[in-house]
Design a binder for this molecule. Structure first.
Ligand SMILES: [Zn+2]
Length: 174
């Protein structure tokens, strides 16, 4: 049986990682084994997924997506589910890694930014959204007007990003 792919996506500060952690914990309560990955570049923590409200889960940091396959192969008890946080930071080969795990019957939970600079689709994430079984789009509170419908990530500069609603987002790139 093919595993299900679930994606929680949205702008920065929309609670994507929080949702991922909540789902993984629920699976653990159901007696399922979880294997959790994050990208090494993600800076909040090296060995944990940490949400902005300080929920956390222990995770393997990946140098490259193929490392996930090696870790899986070495596990004596195979996981029932695999979770991947902030997937948009990883190289594109993560797409085939995800599909490979799904082909083994493992359910996959993914969090990621769906829109890049200019409101454009975030690279290969659109490929994963197309093959996902469940997609949950999260919205954040707009940094500018405090409306709770922010679905865009606004690039203030390289280090500062803000969630913005459609009305307050003026960086559209066609
Ligand atoms: Zn706004």
């Amino acid at each position: 049986m093919i595993g299900k792919i679930s994606i929680f996506c949205g702008p920065i500060t929309s609670g994507k990682s929080e949702e991922l952690i909540r789902r993984v914990n629920r699976c653990k309560c159901m007696g399922k084994n979880a294997l959790i990955f994050k990208c090494e570049k993600e800076e909040r923590s090296h060995t944990f997924i940490v949400s902005r409200n300080s929920l956390s889960l222990q995770a393997y940091s990946l140098h490259e997506p193929e490392m996930a396959l090696q870790i899986y192969d070495l596990m004596e008890i195979k996981p029932d589910i695999i979770a991947i946080d902030e997937i948009q930071i990883m190289p594109e080969s993560i797409v085939s890694v995800v599909r490979h795990f799904a082909s083994l019957g493992v359910d996959i939970y993914i969090s990621g930014l769906d829109k890049a600079y200019g409101g454009k689709p975030f690279g290969y994430l659109s490929q994963l959204l197309a093959v996902a079984d469940i997609v949950e789009k999260k919205q954040a509170v707009c940094f500018n007007c405090l409306d709770d419908t922010a679905s865009f990530t606004y690039w203030v500069n390289e280090h500062q990003l803000e969630a913005r609603c459609f009305k307050c987002f003026d960086q559209f790139v066609i």
